[in-house]
Ligand binder design. Structure first.
Ligand SMILES: Cc1cc2nc3c(=O)[nH]c(=O)nc-3n(C[C@H](O)[C@H](O)[C@H](O)COP(=O)(O)O)c2cc1C
Length: 386
């Protein structure tokens, strides 16, 4: 079973990650992961902190000479901002703490403080912060390397920011996405998105948007219909909804499918000299909770950043008096950055499901298991599969 844990506070010393279940023999370098960390820190609309942080991963276990060895992969990302926060985060005994007592609407501040009976709201907001997504991107980046070795591509890109929607095509154009300041393949829409972010910033407001993650050359049979917690769509939905700020997820045509008759929604099954083909992909590559061989297409809706310059109405929990939520250095729009996080979490789920189906202790064993399954398919269905 492929699994991971992360630890670390936003302004703590750093972030920790442990991945368990990766086969031995996967080639991975810090440069590969750092490329994804850099993408997460970029994207138009981010706040001042990104100028301070330049995230770099350190492999502290499980990797030797650029390849995994089968033991847990341990990773570290130090927070460069830590020296500015050392006093606030871990004051010397007797030094009074500058406590946070007013929750920001839209954050974990209120619910988390009540749940944990926190003496200082910082105990909650530090871990709830999206800073932890840096390590989730590092973890997903390793998973993406695993998929890359098996010929599977994953790419997250931005479909909409606020009211500005992009034109899209499949597969998304990686170069266009990488060259866009908002990670959107539609150049004209990118410009309008940047303008929308500038307008929001000038008004002290924030914006959300829509992210799409596509994954192609995915084999048939990842996930399963037999149990609720083995369905690939369910696993992807959980992973995406666990990204801070993501409020809705759709697979394939998603919400749009609910408005159309069945004749316009379900992908016909054809056969040609290349075997089975599907002329459309409304299902987004998943039927019955199982990958069907078509590209996976999932979308996630991100709410606008909840920290506004003019603090939203709130209450000081100590005094019980109405007040405004505090403003901290904050992003105006983090949809581009979140597209990298969404890509990472999708990569992790797909890698985990690939290993669940074609597992092995080494990359060679995984490749052999995959080939053996292809051979079985060709043997069982010679007329439609080769
Ligand atoms: C990459 C990324 C960066 C974010 N940056 C900020 C930020 O600077 N300020 C902020 O208030 N929220 C930011 N958010 C959003 C909050 O983390 C999110 O709205 C908050 O955790 C509550 O969302 P939830 O109710 O979905 O957990 C960011 C989210 C992501 C994914």
């Amino acid at each position: 079973m492929l699994r991971y844990l992360t630890a670390g506070e936003s302004h703590g010393r750093g972030l920790l990650g442990i991945i368990e279940g990766l086969p031995a023999g996967l080639h991975i370098t810090a440069d590969w992961v750092n490329g994804d960390l850099e993408r997460r820190q970029g994207g138009y609309g981010r706040g001042g902190r990104m100028a301070i942080e330049q995230d770099q991963v350190e492999f502290v276990s499980g990797v030797r000479h650029g390849r995994t060895i089968g033991s847990p992969v341990g990773m570290l990302i130090w927070n460069r901002d830590w020296p500015n926060w050392e006093e606030e985060m871990s004051p010397a005994p007797g030094v009074p703490i500058a406590r946070v007592t007013t929750p920001r609407p839209g954050h974990a501040d209120l619910a988390g403080t009540l749940k944990y009976l926190a003496p200082d709201m910082r105990d909650v907001l530090e871990r709830a912060s999206a800073r932890a997504t840096a390590m989730r991107v590092a973890v997903g980046s390793v998973a993406r390397r695993f998929l890359d070795e098996l010929g599977i591509t994953v790419l997250g890109h931005v479909r909409a920011i606020g009211a500005v929607a992009a034109k899209t095509s499949f597969p998304p154009d990686r170069t266009a996405v990488m060259n866009s300041p908002v990670y959107c393949q539609d150049e004209a829409a990118s410009k309008r998105m940047v303008a929308a972010i500038e307008t929001a910033a000038a008004q002290g407001d924030t914006l959300g948007g829509v992210i799409e993650v596509c994954c192609w050359d995915v084999p048939v049979g990842l996930g399963s219909h037999v149990q609720w917690d083995r369905r690939l769509d369910g696993l992807l939905g959980q992973a995406l909804l666990s990204v801070p700020g993501i409020k809705a997820v759709e697979v394939g045509d998603g919400w749009d499918a609910a408005t159309k008759p069945g004749s316009q929604v379900h992908d016909h099954i054809h056969v040609s000299d290349r075997g089975l083909t599907r002329p459309t992909n409304h299902a987004g590559g998943i039927e019955g909770g199982i990958s069907n061989g078509m590209p996976l297409v999932v979308r996630a809706a991100m709410k606008p950043i909840p920290t506004l310059r003019e603090g939203l109405p709130s209450v000081d929990l100590d005094s019980g008096r109405p007040t405004s939520a505090p403003w901290h250095r904050s992003d105006v729009c983090a949809v581009p950055a979140a597209s990298v996080v969404c890509e990472a979490v999708v990569a992790f789920v797909v890698a985990g499901q690939f290993l669940a189906r074609f597992g092995g202790d080494s990359m060679a064993a995984v490749q052999a298991s995959f080939k053996a399954q292809q051979a079985l398919l060709a043997e069982r269905f010679p007329r439609v599969y080769d």
